[in-house]
Design a protein around this ligand. Sequence first.
Ligand code: HEM
Length: 511
Amino acid sequence: MIVWLGGALLVAFGLILISIRRQGLRSHGTVKYPKSLPSLPVIGSLLHLGNHLPPHILFCNLQKKYGKLYSFKMGSHYVVVVNNYEDAREVLLKKGKTFAGRPRTVTTDILTRDAKDIAFADYSPTWKFHRKLVHSSLSMFGEGTVAIEQIISREAASLCQTLSTFQAIPFNMEPEITRAITNVVCALCFNTRYRRGDAEFQSMLSYSKGIVDTVAKDSLVDIFPWLQIFPNKDLDILRNSVRCRDQLLLKKLKEHEAAFCSETVNDLVDALLKAKLSMENNNSNLSHDVGLTEDHILMTVGDIFGAGVETTSTVLKWTIAYLMHYPEVQKKIQEELDVKVGFGRYPLLSDRKILHYLEATIAEVLRIRPVSPLLIPHVAMKDTSIGEYTIPKEARVVINLWSMHHDEKEWVHPENFNPDRFLDENGHRVYSPSQSYLPFGAGIRVCLGEALAKMEVFLFLSWVLQRFTLEVPEGEPLPSLEGKFGVVLQVKPFKVTAKLRDVWNNIDIAT
Ligand code: HEM
């Protein structure tokens, strides 16, 4: 009892000291902090955030009361929310390095063996080295050149063949899309692919779901890490899913080690092994403080799967959902495909330059339903500022892409789905109609897979829409456009009918 009371007194004393320090800082004439939501000791602003709305919408709505840049306390963490492009660009581009930190949380630490990956690792020489290595390995596979195009096209052909077997039968495309995108990432990482029903693939799907459902959801344990001591079903699911993932990744790594030959680098795991071996043999000029352990290799590959599958497949699902709401947009994409590509060949990456309307449609989907509406939180690595406001070291900065992509000052009727806003008067693709558009983030933490994701979304959609018309099955409702907030902004499951277009009746659709 005495120990407990002593502890409570110490905590109270600490809180008073922190509060005095803050008051002290505020009293300096030049220091101005962002307006803050009310907060209580220990729980912070939790009572003011306990709203039924998903966070990106709640944070957007809170602007009315607190302005575009405001702060709140999440347990003991000071969080700043940015809702406008001027401040977002300052954080991501002008002061990119200052804001390149990432918060450590209980769930992401379980996922990444204490941030030995890329997405959740803090800015450091090791992180910089890993990021560069993966970037150059992805380029090695020919981002934008033949190799990657062939990998994606092979999966697009396989997807189309599967769709043709469902002729006129309503079905949920989700598993097929996930398999296609997973196979692209498998080809890049392991030089393998999975057939339908493969047992290893099924286990991959099941652990990925476990991770997506439980990681980085701002669950209470991420706000108050000491809650870990209590039984927690979500943490159990996460730990089990991560264990299954790690067993599979380790198996792949050992297979690659056994077959490794430094002359032939076939995939990302080979490239990472080569870098690790060359560092160990001291053949590399890289400084010694940059480590590349087995954990780093495993977590980096885990990251590429984690960041590369759910995101890209979600964009495809959102696009299909919107095309079902707007059949006239689908028709226009098909007319463009018919005129510019025809039926004698399959679409190529080089067609991105001529299929303006399809490209504009993809851009509009990424605007209206950004996959990552709050980016991944950034952390201030030192005392700094955003605009006129002082931002203390270790502040977590949340960039609300949703607010930026729905800003009425930047977009005419932002809630309307309108691919034309990404076209100029000649019908050519406009890349950035507003500065308030950053679906992949920007600066040194920009999405590592942006180029790959754009190629995948373009090729999958052009292959499918060249051959099929996607429709709402009779008696089924239109897909919900509401979205479900999680690691990504998910689409609720829906059914489609994929009708083979007449002209393909006597042609092999996989050619
Ligand atoms: C359309 C699909 C995708 C979208 C919309 C998307 C979007 C994003 C966004 C918004 C971020 C956070 C940027 C920030 O925190 O400032 C991010 C980070 C990241 N993405 Fe993607 N992404 C997509 C696909 C991919 C793919 C295919 C890969 C893998 C090859 C990938 C790998 C990553 C990685 C590793 C990071 C962390 C970067 C870092 O922290 O340095 N993403 N992505």
